[in-house]
Design a protein around this ligand. Sequence first.
Ligand SMILES: Nc1ncnc2c1ncn2[C@@H]1O[C@H](COP(=O)(O)OP(=O)(O)OP(=O)(O)O)[C@@H](O)[C@H]1O
Length: 288
Amino acid sequence: MNTGIIRSHDVTRRFGDFTAVDTVTMNVEPGEVVGLLGANGAGKTTLIRMLLGLLRPSSGAVTLFDGPPDRSRRARLGYVPQNLGLYQDLTVAENLAFSTGTYGVAAPELPPDLQASSDTLVGALPLGAQRRVAFLAALAHTPVALVLDEPTSGVDALSRARLWDTIRAEADRGAGVLVTTHYMEEAQECDRLLLMSNGLLVGQGSESDVIGDTRAVAVTTDDWAQAFGALNAAGVPVILSGRSIRVADTDPDVLHRVLADAGIPATVQPVAATLEERMLVLARAADQ
Ligand SMILES: Nc1ncnc2c1ncn2[C@@H]1O[C@H](COP(=O)(O)OP(=O)(O)OP(=O)(O)O)[C@@H](O)[C@H]1O
């Protein structure tokens, strides 16, 4: 069994015949930010719900603070679910009073730019502000661990940066953080990554550990629009990023041939894949 304040060992969850989480062994240590990545439906939320004791595993074990994830252990944890868990028809102050009351701690002071919203219904706030209120509610009792399910989804870049500052500050004071995200650039904010696909943990470690030996091909040409069209027409899964053309997990010779047949001069170069491309390759494999 591994160490950590949050951990699972071979945990599996089935819904009928469908396996949503398949023999996942993972952990979170104090003071680290662990990013849980995976496409829609990969099993991230199901894993989190088991780690929190909100869903019973079909098999395997889950441990929170060295014991089963029961109510008393859950009280030492801060959790921001995907839907934030706030009452939309209560004000900001009422939401904070309610959630901190359940932990027996005082409601936190609102940061200066949220003070004017104290008596505003949460449902009337922009999503970025709602997410910050959910963080305030989850952090008020100084949790030992934090579980954040897509905490930055749907908010602008400034709010995302602010939320990541908060996450890092929590880890710096010693909290272990498990965070899911859809934004691949946010993987760089994490100390360690876990990558899920089809319920399985398919990679873990640094970004390059998770990318593994997945390769991509970069196509350089002045005729990028024609090259994109020709490759696309040939059924090659091309990505256009600015004027740069890339194809994940493909044979460079095939691209050479398609471009040569179309009479498009181009350089075709194998390169290391990005995290996004690794995810694309996994998604393609899952669709087959
Ligand atoms: N209660 C349930 N009954 C049946 N299937 C479920 C249930 N909960 C989740 N699933 C299925 O399990 C799979 C994993 O879902 P889960 O929500 O864990 O994925 P996810 O990685 O969190 O995706 P997202 O990023 O969209 O939140 C999905 O195919 C989902 O439809």
